[in-house]
Ligand binder design. Structure first.
Ligand code: ATP
Ligand code: MG
Length: 246
């Protein structure tokens, strides 16, 4: 049987009297490629922040088996801060190294090889404030990957980058998945999620579905998007991808 990486039982999260997440239950196994979809405000980023330990005042049980690498939705990082690209990637190892200890040669080598793998080694000494959106996105990914995580979590990595950069990032994720990494991808790009992920979670406060990507139906999408579905059908044609009879 496959190794369980994440187990969430009866997760509830409220802010004041508002239910943000209600009665969430799921398991994620090694090498799963999970897509999380749902409308704005559905609780996707909140769920991720709970998994990475950034939010603690939830109720329920969460077990994480392994190290998580995290690419946040909108980077809170101040780009006017004078810092070079390799230093951002180094930050991804601070938990391994300890905040006040010195990085060693092996850490710098790891930064180099990770940036090379993502095709951004040419950015090594560049000031972060000058990077393009797509370059910065891959730099965030390098920071998440540099500590060799078992689980990679990405919150809308396609936001704000052009389609070429999106394809690049999805190809990288596919490669990582082939190498055995467990991936959780939050995305509004439903057709891409259904294509690339093995399992899909439909979230809107509660989990409306959690199933194999190939088994997704229009009904599943309707449960979380309701009236927005018409629009989605016209823009993305996701139903073409998910239709079983296609
Ligand atoms: N600290 C907070 N205080 C109050 N409400 C919050 C807080 N954090 C999140 N929320 C609310 O929780 C809900 C879920 O937010 P969340 O950011 O998780 O949504 P999301 O699914 O990631 O949306 P998006 O697709 O827009 O990124 C929203 O209604 C949001 O306003
Ligand atoms: Mg979000």
């Amino acid at each position: 049987m496959r190794e369980k990486m994440i187990s969430v039982k009866d997760l509830n999260y409220k802010v004041e009297d508002n239910d943000i997440l209600k009665f969430i239950n799921f398991d994620i196994y090694k090498n799963d490629f999970v897509g999380i979809i749902g409308p704005n405000g559905a609780g996707k980023s909140t769920l991720i922040k709970i998994l990475i330990g950034e939010i603690e005042n939830y109720s329920g049980e969460i077990e994480i088996n392994g190290k998580i690498g995290y690419v946040p939705q909108k980077d809170e990082f101040d780009k006017s801060f004078p810092i070079r690209a390799f230093e951002v990637v180094l930050m991804g190892m601070y938990k391994d190294v300890g905040l006040f200890k010195k990085y060693k040669k092996k850490h710098y080598n790891k930064v180099k090889s990770t940036m090379k793998m993502l095709g951004i080694d040419y950015l090594y000494n560049r000031n972060v404030g000058k990077l393009s959106g797509g370059e910065y996105q891959r730099l965030s990914l390098a920071r998440a990957l540099v500590s060799d995580p078992d689980i990679l979590i990405l919150d809308e990595p396609e936001a704000g980058v052009d389609s070429k950069a999106q394809i690049k990032i999805y190809n990288i994720l596919e490669e990582l998945s082939k190498k055995g990494m467990t991936i959780i991808l939050v995305s509004h790009d439903i057709s891409m999620v259904v294509k690339k992920a093995n399992t899909v979670m439909c979230l809107n406060k509660t989990l409306h579905c959690h199933k194999n990507a190939v088994d997704m139906t229009a009904e599943d999408l309707k449960k979380i998007y309701s009236e927005e579905l018409e629009l989605l059908v016209h823009i993305n044609k996701p139903l073409k991808v998910v239709s079983k009879n296609d």
